[in-house]
Design a protein around this ligand. Structure first.
Ligand SMILES: Nc1ncnc2c1ncn2[C@@H]1O[C@H](COP(=O)(O)OP(=O)(O)OP(=O)(O)O)[C@@H](O)[C@H]1O
Ligand SMILES: [Mg+2]
Length: 187
């Protein structure tokens, strides 16, 4: 069982898991590891981090415009952000819908901007496949839904069993080559 977290500099990653499984706790750890972080704080739960408190919290034109403006002005525009995390990402980047322009641009060009990019969502099937399948790393806490588990197995053989059998606060890290390992809870 692994303990260390991978180096996420200039990488794209997603964090998945059931409600209360530990996604935000892990995200906080990752955010605290880089002072040049910024989090789009949808549920206003990342006190102490560099954050934007979202006004619009559902997938509406207003919500997409709010996110696009923030990403363009602060995340890309300031030149000072090295790690950007979008919490509740399936509200803004749902599967089978167009990505917000700024997120599509970041996802495509993030390596050139030198910004690490993280998306947090409960269920992988609800998040845009462009974000899931182009991610370098996936951090996956317990999931039980049949569709989610089937999807995980399509990403890496045996991943569904590993995720379904996780104990409290344990998680699986899926690496760029799509091998994976189970990690102990972060302390
Ligand atoms: N590794 C851990 N060690 C101790 N406590 C933890 C750990 N991970 C999470 N917790 C605690 O479990 C609770 C739920 O964690 P967290 O808020 O991260 O869940 P979540 O997956 O973000 O849930 P949601 O989907 O509702 O946003 C919190 O009180 C958090 O402090
Ligand atoms: Mg959370």
């Amino acid at each position: 069982m692994q303990t260390g977290l991978p180096d996420l500099r200039s990488k794209r990653f997603c964090i998945f898991g059931l409600q209360g499984s530990g996604k935000s706790y892990l995200a906080r750890r990752l955010l605290q590891s880089d002072p040049a972080h910024f989090v789009y704080d949808v549920m206003h739960e990342h006190a102490g981090c560099n954050r934007y408190l979202a006004t619009h919290r559902q997938y509406t034109p207003e919500a997409v415009a709010e996110l696009d403006l923030l990403v363009r002005r602060v995340v890309i525009g300031s030149g000072k952000v090295r790690l950007f995390v979008l919490d509740e990402a399936s509200r803004y980047c749902p599967n089978r819908r167009p990505l917000p322009d700024s997120i599509a641009e970041l996802n495509d060009l993030q390596r050139h901007y030198d910004i690490a990019l993280g998306f947090i969502a409960r269920r992988p099937v609800q998040l845009s496949t462009d974000l899931v399948e182009l991610a370098h790393y996936l951090f996956i806490f317990t999931l039980r839904g049949k569709n989610d588990l089937l999807y995980l197995d399509s990403l890496a053989s045996g991943l569904a069993d590993a995720v379904a059998g996780l104990e409290k606060y344990h998680f699986v890290v899926v690496y760029p080559q799509r091998r994976f390992s189970v990690c102990k809870p972060i302390s």
